[in-house]
Design a protein around this ligand. Sequence first.
Ligand code: B4P
Length: 194
Amino acid sequence: MFNLVLFGPPGSGKGTQSENILATYHLQHISTGDLLRDEVSRHTPLGTEAKKYMDQGLLVPDEVVIGMISGKIDDTPDARGFIFDGFPRTRPQAEALDKLLEFKQTQIHLVLALEVPEPELVKRLLDRGATSGRSDDNEEVIAKRIKEYHSKTQPVADYYNAQGKLEHITGDHTIPETFKILTRHINKYLLPVT
Ligand code: B4P
């Protein structure tokens, strides 16, 4: 089993590159952003709670997100591995993920951190907001999301760096160019299926 964390600020391309990685390596995709948006669209109690935070550009509380992930890993016991996209976003989430994986006798093998200059992040998210209908892709909320990233999520990089698992990736190339760089790192652990 090979488990990858795609890490980076909002709009750095985690979701975009996850799609490419899934198609090439046949891993299971766990995107907490997608899972939360699904809960919101189905008006579940979890979604109603999460929406309050997401609409303000704030992180959803750790206990909500961690509970959601645990069930998702159990859903696919035969997976070749997982891509964790947008998770973990806080140190308690990273510690909880390590415990969950240890229980399943596996671990995070690699953390690829996409690095994109802030003006480019804002541009991408505003461009997406013009068509996505996402309530968090507007200028005011984007600024808060980036602030949350710096204060709560960036320490997660130090957590994985201390474990020798972190690789920095320049993420402001075109989508195919960035994907090529990511594959160079992943290929050290896992060969493409196609
Ligand atoms: P997420 O859904 O995880 O999304 P994201 O950070 O906005 O974006 P991502 O990096 O995936 O960017 P994408 O590829 O889409 O989070 C949304 C919210 O959910 C959070 O703010 C939080 O409230 C909540 N949440 C999620 N996980 C949580 C957790 N673990 N704990 C607590 N709260 C959590 O790319 C963005 C745009 O850029 C796209 O339009 C794409 O086409 C474009 N793009 C990508 N790569 C490009 C490139 N190379 N060149 C040009 N454009 C590019």
